[in-house]
Design a protein around this ligand. Sequence first.
Ligand code: ISL
Length: 541
Amino acid sequence: MEQKWWKEAVVYQVYWRSFNDTTGNGIGDLQGVIEKLDYIKSLGVDVIWVNPFFESPDKDNGYDISNYYAVMDKAGDMETFERLLEEIHRRDMKLIMDLVVNHTSDQHPWFKESRSSIDNPKRDWYIWKDPKEDGSAPNNWRSYFTPSTWEYDEKTQQYYFHSFAIEQPDLNWENPEVREEIYNMMRFWLDKGIDGFRMDVINLLAKLEGYPDVEEPETINYLGNNPGIHNYLKEMYKEVLQHYDVFTVGEIPFVTPEDGLLYVGEDRQELNTLFHFEVCDDMVQMDLPRFKEIQKRWYEGMFGRGTNSQFLNNHDHTRLVTRFGNDNEYREESAKLLGTLIHTLPGIPYVFQGEEIGMTGVDFPTIEDYQDIAMLNKYNEEVEKGRDEAEVLEELKLLSRDNSRTPMQWNDRENAGFTTGNPWIKLNPNYSDINVQQALDDKNSIFYYYQDLISFRKKYKVLTYGDYQPILEDHPAIYSYFREYENEKLLVVANMSDEENVFDYSVDTSSAEFLLHNYANENDLSYSKLNPHEVRVYLWT
Ligand code: ISL
């Protein structure tokens, strides 16, 4: 496998609006990111992914862009962005930016023009269709955030298409003018010196030809991976990406490893890496047999031919320790265990801000405390069906995107040191116990454990380029695997349960180094008995 800088990277995701507020308006900002760069750097990461900060009415927290060339006021201004980039580079890190080009805001001037009349030159920049004969929507497709992908426009008496909210109309990628305009925009940012893109729902650009009714509208998988998508990505590569030394990661829902390789295969000239969602979208809580199966299948499908990612949460997905671990009695152990998997399984690891101190999900008492458009829309949709409000709220809580959007917990002072103002979203009340200051003061903290994990990635190539050999594949609670590369060999043993378990596998560890262990004060290292959420990493060199 060819060696590349980005394959060896660890990425830290900054959801800037919840990171650090320097103006006192209750919303994080780019200056706030600049001020915490030394902290981020101290973790040892190489790349920072910053969520969208472009001009936007902010219906979907920046994923509804109204001007691709300007920084939204809440985030700062272009000069601050340029300083951020410079300061990141000065610390020998890289910056990747969100590229949101499946849709724009309905307030983007292109869309305003497009909707103004049927013969406007920009009409065809978006997707407009006539109603069916009975006046209903052109087909029965469901969108991510609403019951229909179609919104009727009274003035021109056609429907426009949106994969997400009504305020996020999809661009028409069939139109070469649209594509050229997007490529220009990409060059604009790349010429400023950014190091790559995280590409928002990039496999949704091509739509299913003919827009037929589907049998199972609820699946919404017909929205992605449609014929034509690879032509667009190849063109994007040829026109833009190949001219820069950049790192790209495509957000690719509904993808299998076979199809994944079509996007990121090393011979494909499309993208470098991808996020698939077989874990974060499809597995509500940890289902170990299924998790093992997913890891194996993706390894077998991609190894040596394309690069995968490892993440268990982000700004759309409830914090990993709450969802896949135990955020109560074994919070520290379980956070370290899950971190170990992310950094030792094949694929590029992503750390979502706050994960490195074991931040947890929230349990807000009322719907008014929640901000996320996806959750609010779903809540209203269900309640309008006549369902009980409290029941719907309970049902939506665990997977609410706001779980990971609460402000970063810096210290135990007011508002966790996030803002001197009124935070845009409530803090998790546990910030008095769980915060960066506390983590930095405790040498056994999750933070320092992550620091070790990341430093070992730099030291031992087996973590990047090694193969993957799972053992005890049918064990219901223990996840264990070897990885090997040249003269380095690694063994991970993880007990993913609240109970003790016995590691019943014969392996001579006498010549191994004990690389990592999340029960630091445990003296009995004879490895057969494993404590709840215990993880051990052995290394042979
Ligand atoms: O959030 C999800 C499920 O909980 C995902 O399915 C998510 O909606 C999907 O992966 C697309 O997400 C991306 O595009 C959206 C934006 O709202 C998300 O924040 C972004 O990550 C529309 O731009």
